[in-house]
Design a protein around this ligand. Structure first.
Ligand SMILES: [Zn+2]
Length: 150
């Protein structure tokens, strides 16, 4: 399960709409808890591929990932997942995504049709890397986001 708040969802949707018809991608920074990942903030990164190849592929350059991990560490956070958009395609990971993913992380895919984000889902890889399973997105209140428990 991945816990986000409404702002994170809006940020990811907007990023996908802004980069349409190309894929956007970014990181989710937060904390690994016992039964879930908690997103504290999103971290936008550019798509590393050439213009023509940007559709339906996503790739984060190692130096961009390292920069994101450093930004997370400085805030006492971890990279808990990745997000990217599927322009005019379903909010489900492609075979390419499966081949380039790692277990443990969450993968949010936002479907952007005709420039409008229409669906957003989160996925986690099976530990044997055979497939992705959809995971529940829990929407947290701002209080929980700040680490304050009622
Ligand atoms: Zn994809």
């Amino acid at each position: 399960m991945i816990a986000v708040n409404g702002n994170h969802v809006i940020e990811i949707r907007r990023h996908g709409e802004r980069d349409y018809p190309f894929e956007c991608c970014g990181l989710m920074l937060g904390r690994f808890e016992a039964e879930r990942k908690v997103v504290v903030e999103t971290y936008q990164i550019s798509n590393a591929r050439e213009e023509e190849a940007k559709r339906n592929r996503f790739l984060i350059r190692p130096e961009e990932l390292m920069r994101g991990e450093k930004a997370a560490r400085e805030k006492g956070l971890d990279v808990v997942g990745f997000y990217h958009s599927h322009p005019d395609d379903r909010a489900a990971p492609s075979r390419y995504d499966l081949e380039h993913a790692w277990p443990t992380y969450s993968y949010i895919v936002v479907s952007v049709e005709n420039g409008e984000a229409v669906d957003l889902r989160s996925w986690e890889m099976e530990s044997d890397r055979s497939r992705f399973n959809e995971e529940e997105i829990l929407s947290l209140s701002p209080w929980e986001r700040a680490g304050v428990r009622a």
